[in-house]
Ligand binder design. Structure first.
Ligand code: SF4
Length: 313
């Protein structure tokens, strides 16, 4: 019989997502609709639809943005080629790239100047990976899994550096890193690991949560890398786990024979969706809610120049 809902801490919005959404909202307030956004500002259906309703237009190709328009780059970051094209087209640009992704871009540029080639651990086709790999014309080799490590062919092995997508599974990344180090013992690892604090904290919280519950529900959109990883972390610990984009996707039969329901949310999923999921699980019979103890996140990233509070927002 359904008893309680156990909420993971921390869960939901991270500082990079908060900032990216604020950038679009402040730009709408300051310059008026429409504001063009290259790619989904963050990978969440609710957030994107909410901003669309306020006047944001999401595009993939810069050719779809009219001259003179205001353009925002998404939190995932963009390649040098996209940056160059956007400037050449004369848009007013605001960059919502998460500062922790920019940190990786800066590191790549710096080490490239010193003659390094790179091995990037990440998911092919993810916009963050395209943005980071696109910081250079060549010399970044993508590995998605351990099997890829044997296939890459750097042109030299003395100056190789490792970079990772910020939203990977820490355990998977550690396994792939070990394989990279076994093949290239000289590889330079980042001083501070690239997987961001928010991804780490949410995965750690799910590791604590999973053994205490019968099922873990992750609120997140299918395109959200860090949300998918949360579901996998629970699953790997042997706890049945599902990811839902909204409360409507919850299936009553998932909860049959379950007592304790774990609930978390990816870094791009707003708390309102968590509340709606709670209401739905309560309607199915859960009687109480318990919050787990967890790290309190206090990180906040500043807005870009031109969108700060002096812009009367
Ligand atoms: S998940 Fe991490 S890298 Fe991505 S926006 Fe949030 S803080 Fe930045």
């Amino acid at each position: 019989m359904l008893q309680d809902i156990v909420l993971a801490e921390p869960r939901g919005f991270c500082a990079g997502v908060d900032r990216a959404i604020e950038i679009v909202e402040h730009a709408l307030h300051k310059f008026g609709a429409p504001i063009y956004v290259r790619h989904e500002i963050v990978h969440n259906t609710y957030v994107v639809n909410d901003l669309k309703a306020k006047g944001a237009i999401f595009i993939e190709a810069l050719a779809d943005v009219p001259p003179g328009a205001t353009l925002v780059f998404s939190a995932h970051g963009v390649s040098k080629a996209v940056q160059k094209e956007a400037h050449a087209r004369g848009f007013r640009i605001f960059d919502a790239t998460c500062p922790l992704v920019s940190k990786v871009h800066i590191e790549v540029a710096k080490l490239h100047k010193e003659g390094f080639e790179f091995i990037m651990i990440g998911h092919k086709g993810h916009p963050e990976v395209e943005g980071t790999m696109g910081q250079l014309d060549r010399g970044i080799h993508l590995v998605e899994g351990v099997a890829d490590v044997a296939k890459i062919q750097p042109s030299q092995i003395k100056k190789l550096a490792l970079v990772t997508q910020t939203t990977l599974s820490m355990d998977d990344a550690a396994e792939i890193t070990a394989a990279v180090k076994a093949r290239f013992p000289m590889v330079r690892e980042p001083k501070q690991q690239d997987i961001c604090y928010a991804t780490q904290n949410r995965q750690d919280a799910v590791k604590l949560l999973s053994p205490q519950v019968d099922i873990v529900i992750v609120v997140g959109s299918p395109t959200s890398s860090n949300s998918n990883r949360l579901r996998e972390v629970a699953q790997k610990l042997g706890t049945e786990s599902y990811m839902v984009d909204s409360a409507d996707e919850l299936q009553a039969h998932w909860f049959e024979g379950k007592s304790h329901i774990g609930l978390t949310a990816g870094a791009s999923a707003p708390e309102i969706l968590v509340r709606q999921v709670i209401d739905r699980i309560k309607a199915l019979g859960a009687v109480s809610i318990r919050k787990m103890d967890g790290i309190e996140e206090t990180i906040k990233f500043p807005l870009p120049k031109g969108l700060k509070m002096d812009s009367s927002v």
